[in-house]
Design a protein around this ligand. Structure first.
Ligand SMILES: [Zn+2]
Length: 577
């Protein structure tokens, strides 16, 4: 912004209007005043022109800083949104400034203006008098008409990052002779969320809140209490016990927090924040040395992060996120939070989907929900890395990557898993060059050749009675056109070069293709739901439902677990990122 402004001043090409955008409290109106000073400063000697570095001592600079310059008019559009307010303002535009170079209008929250007010303003912006400048400030540029935006020099003020906030707040605290603990400052900066003003007011409160006696340190605990945050030590305890699966203890700690007045939703938010923090330092431990990181986050965080895997942290995050929305939407938030903690404790104990599939493959009989089985793997379960062509490893590979050697089945397996599926090429996959060998192929051909209406009729309203090469007998429903047989016969003969006889029959025949597909889908869903892995998931996550069953191509899942000619697979969360 400084560079753009400097260039504009040096080139004597000052825009007539500026618009400053950014989150609340980031310094938009302060910046507007700085620009106003830059435009109206006359320098210490009283002879200067517009300058990017206003002197701060001339009459204009002082008056603008003191908010009492007669030619710098500030208006809050949030309270004066009407067209009359703007008319009044625009009337003043005609008059020359009283004693400054420019008459400057600073309009805060400009997006709040009514559309008629914007229209009135636009006329002035289209032909502004030489002696007038506008500076708009807004948190929401999208609500400002493009016609207005296009006439402004736009500056986006970025959210102030936590490090900068902390440095700034520390110097403010020093001026106030207040001592603020590092962790406390970190909390204030985090709560400020990029807003200098919000952060300063929190700092002010914290100093007033904690500083009973001169020189008293503003402790992290005091700020935590002020912000309504739970005791961070207890949050760590809660997280650790839940992840260890000790439900009793986790619920005790939660009740302790709840009794002390902590909001259950805030507790879950704290747990989410902690999960994020642990994941971050797990991936880059150096982050723990950053500014404003409390002793607790640094030391306990690092040691806790060591015990957890990134996939576990990822699942924890998702579980907490879902739990948070439940806690926020249910009337009994404490109960909802307890249920989330219980789920968390059981999830920590639950094998990952990859482990489950692996143990299912190695030992189908014991693969039903028995979390302990994988929490402490029995010696019978070979670790996946034990051998490359071991069945378990191949299954695990199938979850994430293509298996390069699908043919190396575990022949020597002493207790071979029953071949749950016989791999058969589906008839539709056959090449057309081998001739049409089923009614389904014929129907598929009508789709390929874009005979949409005939194809739909064949799928929905036709029962196959008999199929031989060159001869098909069908029973049609009343919805099918009367000349269906003739047309199908004509197209088939045309496309294949062979004679096809299509006759109508009174016999019942097979169900329609649509009916067969529906039955198949219902069966597929039923089978997927009955699968031990799915059953375990449904049990572990109450309220979960089977949403969709998708198929994988056989190469990807060579010895899949199924019982008919399709290769079903249940969509599960990927275990590894
Ligand atoms: Zn000045």
């Amino acid at each position: 912004m400084v560079r753009t402004l400097t260039n504009a001043i040096h080139a004597d090409r000052l825009p007539h209007a500026f618009i400053l955008t950014g989150v609340r409290g980031v310094g938009k109106t302060s910046t507007a005043r700085i620009i106003a000073r830059a435009l109206n400063c006359i320098g210490e000697d009283g002879n200067g022109g517009p300058t990017p570095e206003s002197c701060g001592v001339c009459a204009h600079c002082k008056a603008i800083t003191g908010d009492r310059h007669v030619d710098v008019i500030e208006m809050d559009a949030a309270s004066r949104t009407g067209v009359n307010d703007i008319r009044e303002l625009i009337d003043g535009v005609r008059y020359r400034p009283v004693d400054a170079r420019f008459k400057i209008y600073i309009i805060d929250e400009v997006h709040m203006l009514s559309s008629s007010a914007f229209n009135a303003l636009l006329k002035t912006l289209e032909e502004p008098p030489e002696h007038v400048k506008f500076i708009f400030a807004t948190t929401e540029t999208r609500k400002v008409p493009v016609t207005v935006l296009s006439r402004c020099q736009r500056f986006d003020l970025r959210r102030v990052d936590a490090e900068t906030l902390i440095t700034h707040f520390n110097s403010v605290a020093e001026q106030e002779s207040a001592t603020v603990a590092e962790g406390a400052m970190g909390l204030i900066a985090r709560a400020a969320d990029g807003s200098v003003r919000d952060g300063l007011s929190l700092l002010d409160q914290a100093i007033a809140h904690a500083g009973n006696a001169e020189g008293d340190e503003v402790s992290e605990e005091a700020v935590r209490e002020m912000l309504g945050l739970a005791d961070s030590g207890l949050i760590y305890d809660l997280f650790a016990t839940a992840m260890q699966g000790t439900v009793d203890e986790a619920l005790n700690i939660f009740n302790q927090l709840y009794d002390a007045g902590a909001d259950p939703a805030i507790v879950l938010q704290d747990l989410l924040q902690l999960t994020h923090w642990l994941t971050r330092i797990k991936l880059s431990p150096a982050a723990a040395d950053g500014q404003g990181i409390s002793q607790m986050d640094r030391e306990r965080g690092l040691s806790l992060a060591e015990t957890l895997s990134v996939p576990t942290l990822g699942r924890t995050w998702q579980l907490l996120l879902k739990g948070l929305s439940e806690v926020q939407s249910l009337p009994s938030s404490a109960q909802a939070a307890e249920m989330v903690l219980i789920r968390l404790a059981y999830m920590a104990d639950l094998p990952s989907p990859a482990d489950l599939v692996r143990s299912l493959k190695d030992n189908p009989a014991s693969a039903t929900p028995a979390p302990q089985a994988t929490a402490t793997p029995s010696p019978a379960l070979a670790p996946p890395q034990a051998s490359q062509d071991d069945g378990g490893a191949r299954m695990a590979g199938g979850m994430g990557a293509h298996d390069a050697m699908p043919q190396q089945a575990p022949i020597a397996d002493p207790d071979p898993a029953p071949p749950i599926q016989e791999m058969q090429p589906t008839p539709l996959a056959d090449e057309q060059s081998t001739g049409l060998q089923s009614f389904e192929q014929i129907v598929a051909m009508f789709e390929e050749r874009r005979e949409g209406i005939l194809h739909a009729t064949l799928v929905h309203h036709v029962h196959l009675v008999r199929f031989e090469s060159g001869h098909i007998a069908l029973r049609t429903e009343p919805e099918a056109p009367s000349d269906l047989a003739t047309r199908v016969s004509k197209f088939l003969s045309e496309w294949t070069g062979d004679q096809w006889l299509v006759s109508l029959s009174e016999e019942a025949g097979d169900p329609t293709i649509r009916e067969q597909l529906d039955d198949k889908e219902a069966a597929r869903r039923g089978r997927a739901t009955a699968h031990p892995l799915v059953q375990a998931a449904l049990e572990a996550f109450p309220g979960a439902t089977v949403e969709a069953v998708t198929e994988r191509v056989p190469e990807e899942f060579p010895d899949s677990v199924d019982e008919d000619d399709t290769d079903d697979d249940i969509e599960t969360e990927k275990a590894d990122p």
